[in-house]
Design a protein around this ligand. Structure first.
Ligand code: ARG
Length: 474
């Protein structure tokens, strides 16, 4: 969609108590239209609902209301077509649209009745953020689907699971993918939760103290979809809170920061796995870049940038918290500074989620490298301790005995599955003939069948559950 961007201008026109306009430098410093122009469609929708309500309570005639709505629609078409003249001296998106409307519809002078830019901007941002959250929820589901598909493409592949980045115990590759599906599921819940709290209409709060006119706040709220599950209107209950509250931005930004952290951790796994040292995956060329100097290089830039951009999203959250921290009630112009941080967070997180999903769709698992790493018998040292526990030995003692086996093998320069039964029994007599069977990895994966564990049946069950939940069955 083509959008017109505001261009700087030196013309200054203000009215009422001001005799002097601000200097160009002041206008430039205080304008927000260069970034808040993107609230235009929500500003139009809010104004149309406000006009409809003003007609209902008799402030506007039906002709005036129709003219205003037609005028707003015309402005919308101009903006969409990139023909609208944004003027910096008109400060923000609200004044630009109002001025344009007033120039073409005389009744526009009545539109701002019982409305302030304070409740108007609070409304616009809520409307904008509602759409943004819905779009992000869709992208997150896409990412979850990509993770499930990646795991499903390689259901038999086993890799070492790591703690402290040291090999720990074997897991199915799919189990690792599904760990991220769980994280993004919690993120989805947090966003939905934030949505519920922000979906309350502030219009009617005016500048700070409502209005002496008999506005129908519930009517506007219903028109704008600020309703609960039963369709009842939801309106803010304190006019001062309504114009100064930016909690909903913080909640969204916090949810986004956590998504960014999850993406960053996923990126880190992918970067490690794509290295020659691991070699577990290959990322398609389209999602990597070469080096300008070293001809052999294939760098996982998309994953690295996603990891890097998480810093921006986290920083934006902190900026917003600091922005609010010292503000006395109620609206203060400082609040204008919220938008660039909010927009940056929304744009960054959405592109990171989308690009990560696309990259995963173009990533292949290198089964041979995974197998080689997963065959390390030390990954089953805990199984060996459990074996002794099943024979009645207290776990701490079993842990010690297996530690002695590992140390013995290390000293002998052999793998623990290459020791003889006699050597095992010399360390601990309770080891018997079946001990070496323990290292059969396929069998080992069948032993891990607690709910949530990476066993064969458990992982298959989880994959099926997520496919159903994400609508990717069939
Ligand atoms: N551009 C302003 C903002 O984003 C709109 C509200 C201005 N209100 C005011 N009283 N100056 O916060």
């Amino acid at each position: 969609m083509k959008k017109s961007r505001p261009s700087p201008s030196t013309v200054v026109s203000r009215s009422g108590r001001f005799t002097d306009g601000p200097s160009q430098e002041v206008a430039q410093f205080s304008q927000s239209v260069s970034f808040d122009w993107r609230l235009w469609s929500h500003d139009l929708v809010g104004s149309m609902a406000h006009a409809t309500m003003l007609e209902k309570i008799g402030v506007l005639s039906s002709k005036e209301c129709q003219d205003i709505i037609a005028g707003l629609k015309g402005i919308g078409m101009e903006i969409e077509a990139g023909r609208f003249q944004w003027k910096q001296e008109l400060e923000d998106v609200h004044m630009n649209i109002e001025a344009a409307l007033t120039a073409r519809v005389p009744a526009a002078a009545k539109l701002h009745t019982a409305r302030s830019r304070n409740d108007q901007v609070a409304l616009d941002v809520r409307l904008w953020l509602r759409d943004e959250i819905e779009a992000l929820l869709g992208e997150l589901r896409g990412l979850q689907r990509s993770l499930v598909k990646l795991g499903e493409r390689h259901p038999e592949v086993i890799i070492p699971g790591y703690t402290h980045l040291q090999r720990a115990q074997p897991v199915f590759f799919a189990h690792h993918c599904l760990a991220y599906v769980e994280m993004f599921d919690r993120d989805t819940g947090r966003l939905a939760d934030a949505f519920g709290r922000l979906n309350v209409c502030p219009l009617g709060a005016g500048a700070i103290a409502g209005s002496t006119l008999p506005l129908d706040r519930e009517f506007v709220a219903t028109l704008l979809g600020f309703t609960d599950a039963k369709g009842r209107p939801r309106i803010t209950q304190n006019s001062m809170d309504a114009v100064s509250d930016r909690d909903f931005l913080i909640e969204f930004s916090a949810a986004a920061a956590l998504i960014a952290v999850h993406l960053s951790r996923l990126s880190e796994d992918l970067i490690l796995w794509a290295s020659s040292e691991f070699g577990f995956i290959r990322i398609a060329d389209a999602y990597t870049t070469g080096s300008s100097l070293m001809p052999q290089k294939k760098n996982p830039d998309i994953a690295e940038l996603t990891r890097g951009k998480s810093g921006r999203v986290i920083g934006n959250l902190v900026s917003l918290l600091v922005l609010l921290k010292g503000l006395p009630m109620t609206y203060n112009r400082d609040l204008q500074e919220d938008k660039e941080r909010l927009f940056d967070t929304a744009d960054t997180i959405r592109s990171c989620v989308r690009l990560t999903a696309a990259m995963l769709d173009h990533t292949s698992v290198q089964a041979a490298a995974c197998d080689a790493a997963a065959k390390d018998p030390l990954l089953l040292a805990t199984d060996l301790a459990d074996y002794l526990v099943k024979k009645g030995m207290p776990f701490r003692q079993a842990h010690h005995a297996v530690g002695a086996v590992v140390a013995f093998a290390e000293k002998a320069g052999r793998r623990i599955d290459q020791l003889t039964l006699a050597e095992y029994q010399a360390i601990e007599p309770r080891f018997s003939g079946d001990v070496l069977e323990l290292y059969d990895l396929q069998k080992a994966m069948k032993r891990r069948e607690l709910p949530g564990a990476p066993g064969v049946r458990q992982v298959a069950r989880q994959l099926a559950r997520w496919k159903k939940e994400l609508g990717t069955l069939g």
